[in-house]
Ligand binder design. Sequence first.
Ligand SMILES: *[C@@H]1O[C@H](CO)[C@@H](O)[C@H](O)[C@H]1NC(C)=O
Ligand SMILES: *[C@@H]1O[C@H](CO)[C@@H](O)[C@H](O)[C@H]1NC(C)=O
Length: 308
Amino acid sequence: MRIMKPTRHLLLVLCPMLVLGFLYYSSGRLHLRGWGQKSLYDKQGFLLKLGGNLPLELMYKYGNLSEGVCKPGYAAAKMTTIYPMFAKPAPMFLDPNFRRFSKISNFSPPFGMKTQEKIIDNILTATKSYGLGDELDSQSCKKCIIMGNGGILANKSMGVKIDEYDVIARLNEAPVSGYEKDVGSKTTMRITYPEGAIQKTERYEQGSLFVLSAFKALDFKWLRSIIFKERLHSTEGFWKSVARHVPREPSEMRILNPYFIQEAAFRFIGLPHNNGQMGRGGYGLKTYLNSGMDGVAVLLIIPLSKPR
Ligand SMILES: *[C@@H]1O[C@H](CO)[C@@H](O)[C@H](O)[C@H]1NC(C)=O
Ligand SMILES: *[C@@H]1O[C@H](CO)[C@@H](O)[C@H](O)[C@H]1NC(C)=O
């Protein structure tokens, strides 16, 4: 008995220490493993090493991707690899079923369409078209390019290369006429908000879609006034003068799905959620969108997310 006692004491001390040690060790391991995983991605969930080899399964499927060949689903697969949070494809433009898209129904503009449902109904009844147009919609694989407004293309003679794309999206007032050699001559769509819309009607490209990216409730009112050729009661609420006429038929007008703004703001840029309201963070978003980047982050995901 007298020999057992110290042993028992020792065990009593040792056991908790072993338990603690084990916990410490395993938590350390967990921690380390967590770290190991985390270090592959940045805070927003993007793969840190964007370059490098394609993952094996993509290599297998798309390994033969030679220049100029369009492979359906490739962009979405690549996007999922570098950004696993990549959401399920969403329609690029609002259509009459927009109420069923729950992700946007609980947010006010610019992140959703709450309180704007009726006016959107109005607009969609007039536009009657919700896709890229028959020709592009029937194409099984589309190569898309978003032209930023940063001026980096000046004197680079990339126009011919850019025109090879099937879908060319331009933003706001980005000029084309006179700069074709550098920026291409084709415009599939212009994505803009009222203050960014071209004011000189002759500068709109024939055959291009006019796509509203609404930042505030007033922007929907503005589009309705353009479509129905009514005067806006007041232009109060715009931060600069806006176009009064857009030389496009209603069938050439679309509303960009606000889901992409939501996704870009909260996930890509990592703005504070702020109960889904444009708060202080909203200013950041606007600044971001008005800068040279001009919405590239927002638009990056759009063409990738409508594989057919
Ligand atoms: C790539 O394409 C060539 C020619 O079409 C074909 O012979 C080859 O097997 C393909 N390789 C892979 C990995 O698919
Ligand atoms: C492009 O080239 C023109 C004519 O050579 C020159 O005047 C202009 O400064 C150049 N622009 C840039 C951004 O390099």
